[in-house]
Design a protein. Structure first.
Length: 430
């Protein structure tokens, strides 16, 4: 490693130890790299502005954030919960199954694990504890495991960012995320069934058909959002970036005009929160461009390609190694940092080995999601612990079965790429 690279690495680690905001840590590390290598610091602004203003797909991020915040503020979580309870509440540990199903449904509207956890996740935890008799830590573990499905099922903000980094098709990535996302839901539900039996949790009551019809009717209106959004993308009516704007507009129509549950003050608050979230996301992306410049300038990606070629590593061995690396990094780093800094380093090797970049993208995003419930970092676990007051140590123990189930599924998806690529290939994405 060169002197400049050591400076970059040490400054970034120091920022993490001091708990500085990630964007500030990466900007500082990049600026110090420019100084250490004798380059004009003005290039820092050039790298940021030259990169971020030329990527059209980034427009989708603030629009998807706005759509998710509006739908969350419109109070649709209770409607979704009631509809899911009709389908799954009758089984042992039924409220846990309902929680996962609500997460799957809401994931087609939010694209964010934290949004899913802090929105319908809180409603689900309350229902699991009150109705399903779940221990507090188990209720949080189920909600957390369900929430990490959100960024895999489209629309997905991490997949949009990955498309920006890799050049892969957003539409193809969205299609590729559907089956793995549903399988993640099935894996979590199977785990719920096992832990519910072990804890002796009760079964719920079956809802009569006459009561179910109006419940589904109230939930049907919010469900039009994913239909409009994804249907428009896959029929070619609009691009994924245009779809994000349409999703935000349709979410406002649902909340303000149709449901009339979104008042002016709440709508303004949703815009304000979306601006804050967009600002932090864009700052993080911009700072990552600076770090990525340093990585490219040092030739690290090319060196990694040469190392893999020298080791004569097969594509599957590389993929399994990537899984191990990302899972270890997920124990200590935020998934956004891994996505923006480490994935550009791995992409040239993936291309050199002939690995399908759509398949690669879905696998790495699932790795990041598992990292959100992996101790000692586990961002979603900490968010839910702070919102519910359940001790984090108990949550760490309760989430282990769900972590194991998702790791097993990740291995299957890695070894069988056709599960991920079936839908993109069927719809003509190669």
């Amino acid at each position: 490693m060169t002197y400049g690279l050591w400076i970059l690495l040490l400054s970034f680690v120091s920022g993490a130890i001091l708990r500085l905001p990630l964007a500030l840590s990466m900007f500082t590390a990049g600026a110090l790299y420019f100084l250490a290598t004798g380059q004009d610091v003005g290039l820092l602004a050039g790298q940021v502005m030259g990169q971020i203003t030329g990527i059209y797909v980034l427009v989708a991020i603030p629009m998807f954030i706005l759509a998710a915040n509006i739908m969350n503020a419109a109070g649709i979580s209770e409607r979704l919960w009631a509809a899911a309870d009709v389908l799954m509440g009758r089984f042992r540990g039924g409220t846990g199954h309902v929680t996962v199903l609500v997460s799957i449904i809401f994931s087609s509207m939010s694209g964010s694990a934290v949004t899913d956890a802090a929105g319908p996740g809180i409603v689900s935890i309350r229902m699991m504890r009150k109705i399903g008799k779940f221990p507090g830590e188990l209720a949080v573990a189920v909600a957390a495991a369900g929430a990490v499905i959100a960024p895999v099922i489209p629309p997905s903000i991490p997949l949009v960012i990955y498309a920006m980094l890799s050049g892969a098709s957003v539409g193809g990535l969205f299609l590729a995320g559907i089956v793995p996302g549903l399988l993640m839901g099935a894996a979590v539900m199977a785990t719920v069934a096992l832990v519910a039996k072990r804890h002796g949790l009760p079964s719920g009551e079956k809802v009569a058909f006459t009561d179910a019809v109006p419940i589904f009717g109230r939930a049907s209106i919010p469900m039009t959002l994913p239909v409009v959004l994804l249907g428009g993308i896959w029929t070619g009516w609009f691009s994924p970036t245009e779809a994000a704007a349409i999703a935000a507009l349709w979410a406002m129509m649902i909340g303000v005009v149709i449901l009339r549950s979104l008042k002016a003050g709440t709508l303004i608050a949703s815009f304000e929160e979306s601006v804050r979230q967009t600002g932090s996301t864009m700052l993080l992306i911009a700072s990552a461009f600076v770090v990525n410049y340093a990585i490219a300038n040092e030739g690290l990606a090319e060196a990694l390609v040469m190392l893999i070629e020298a080791l004569n590593m097969s594509p599957m061995t590389f993929m399994l190694s990537v899984n191990v690396l990302l899972l270890l990094l997920g124990c200590f780093l935020d998934g956004s940092v891994i996505l923006l800094v480490f994935i550009p380093l791995l992409l040239p090797t993936a291309r050199a080995l002939g690995i399908d970049l759509t398949y690669f993208g879905v696998v790495v995003i699932i790795n990041f999601m598992i990292g959100l419930i992996t101790p000692p970092y586990g961002l979603v676990l900490f968010v839910l612990a702070s919102l519910t007051g359940v001790p984090i140590q108990k949550i760490f123990k309760a989430v282990v079965p769900f972590f194991v189930a998702l790791i097993a599924l990740l291995l299957v998806l890695t070894l069988l790429p056709q599960i991920i690529l079936f839908l993109p290939h069927y719809f003509g994405y190669q």
